[in-house]
Design a protein around this ligand. Structure first.
Ligand code: TYD
Ligand code: MG
Length: 457
């Protein structure tokens, strides 16, 4: 009989190696290989192409009648928006996020709301004792919701219990990293365990029509820890993001087999749990005073949803010849260097003896190149000590030539700015022309177009 082979599984990407290595050859992560027992047998049948003896599966026409799966709204509008109108029965959803970001809070609130709306809901916590969850529910004012609660971590126990009687409409597993399947060896949290436990739970959900929600903690690099392998297995992946030191949280759809992935839900963490934020722009705009230099408002886009954020720049002239610092919070430092270079080379503004600080207010992160124009405007305003009119927004991409390029979804951005009482927009010419044509409705923003950054300066 062959000796059972040892296998080493990368905890970051799930790839399998036959011997231990310091670095995973697939994802290049260091120290992620862990020995895991488990069958890597080459079954006799596979070896000899003996592919008979299975049960026959049913083949049906592509154009056959479709019965659309039932949607269960959570009753939390921002959550439903990210999901695309609610959970789908017989589906699996993964919610990933940093520890402490509020995943348990969000799911407890959703579970309670759905239970109060008449759905049968089971909440299984592998991290907290049942009483801890109970106390939290009480603190959130949800103590009386008819949620079935358990503290357990064995998938066999959980599924045996749920298989007797009617299956719950919603099953929350908090978190998948604490679950343990006795079908394979290994400690909870390893890739093999996460995969095996999920497989069992997902099979149950599909067979019994339960909407399954798996909570997953993420690693530093932002991937869902180990369970990146999980992303393929579930129907929907939601990422719960935010800075712990800031109030706001964004629930972003990363994968959705039943809907789009361009919607987000915005929440703010309060003492009484997560509150929905229907108007995110108000959250990120700090109280604006007239006459402040170095601040602009940028209409960012989250999926198809505009969010107005404030960009703040501070320019400090250095008397000595020390190397000036450049520090950025919430934006790409490479992009800041580029904008500074364009301002210097194309517009004759020198920042070489100045320290430059750039901050996106409210702990928000901007990745959109459309922010170039707003950043440039903030920098110019800070350097020249001339304030930007407080009722204006700015957006547009800056090319290395100093030209301003139009960006995606300009009408949406202008509309949101108008809705929040902004009157002017500093934009690339193309955008201004389109805006002129589309004008006529109430609360419209007057767009001022610039061909180059030099023109604006
Ligand atoms: P939690 O939902 O436990 O996070 P996760 O499940 O993602 O690890 O949330 C933890 C944090 O949220 C904790 O630091 C305290 C804070 N919090 C509030 O600010 N208000 C509340 O009402 C609750 C329940 C938690
Ligand atoms: Mg938790």
């Amino acid at each position: 009989m062959a000796k059972p082979q040892k296998r080493y599984v990368c905890q970051a990407c799930g790839s399998v190696a036959s011997r231990w290595q310091g670095q995973c050859t697939d994802c290049s992560e260091w120290n992620t290989l862990v020995e895991e027992a488990g069958a890597v047998v080459t079954p006799f049948a596979a070896k000899h192409h003996l592919q008979t003896g299975g049960r026959s599966i049913q083949l049906t026409a592509l154009d056959a009648e479709v019965s659309l799966p039932e949607r269960m709204p959570t009753g939390i509008a921002e959550f439903d928006r990210a999901l695309g109108r609610g959970f789908v029965e017989g589906s699996a959803t993964l919610i990933g996020g940093d520890p402490g970001i509020g995943k348990s809070t969000l799911l407890l609130q959703a579970a309670a709301k759905m239970a109060l709306a008449g759905h049968s809901v089971a909440y299984v916590s592998g991290e907290e004792a049942a009483d801890q969850v109970r106390l939290r529910a009480r603190r959130l004012g949800l103590g009386n919701a008819p949620v079935q609660l358990a503290a357990a971590s064995s998938t066999r126990d959980i599924l045996t219990t749920l298989s007797t009687g009617a299956p719950p409409a919603l099953l929350v597993i908090d978190s998948i990293q604490t679950m343990h399947s006795d079908l394979i060896e290994g400690a909870p949290g390893t890739v093999s365990q996460v995969r095996a436990s999920s497989q069992e739970l997902i099979r149950f959900a599909k067979e019994r029509g339960t909407a399954l929600v798996l909570v997953g903690h993420v690693t530093k690099d932002g991937s869902i820890a180990g369970p990146r392998v999980l992303e393929h297995m579930v129907d929907t992946v939601l990422a719960f993001e935010g800075e712990r030191s800031h109030q706001y949280r964004i629930l972003r759809s990363v994968k959705n087999r039943f809907g789009g992935t361009d919607e987000i839900g915005v929440f703010s963490m309060q003492t009484e749990g997560l509150a929905e934020v229907a108007n995110p722009s108000a959250l990120f705009l700090t109280h604006r005073e007239e006459g402040v230099t170095g601040a602009t408002v940028f209409p960012a886009l989250e999926g198809t949803r505009p969010v107005l954020v404030e960009i703040q720049a501070l320019v400090v002239r250095l008397a000595s010849g020390a190397t000036p610092r450049r520090a950025v919070v919430g934006w790409d430092s490479g992009r800041l260097a580029m904008i500074l270079a364009v301002l210097e080379a194309r517009c004759g503004l020198s920042f070489s003896t100045c320290e430059v600080y750039l901050n996106i207010a409210g702990g928000y992160r901007v990745q959109d190149p459309a922010a170039d124009m707003a950043v440039a405007a903030a920098l110019v305003s800070a350097l020249s000590e001339r304030p930007i009119p407080p009722e204006s927004v700015a957006f547009g991409e800056v090319a290395l030539s100093g030209e301003l390029r139009p960006v995606a979804h300009a009408p949406l951005r202008l509309k949101e700015a108008g809705k929040l009482g902004f009157e002017r927009a500093l934009v690339p010419v193309g955008v201004a022309k389109d805006a002129d044509r589309a004008k006529g409705h109430e609360g419209a923003v007057t767009a001022t177009g610039f061909r180059t950054l030099g023109q604006f300066v």
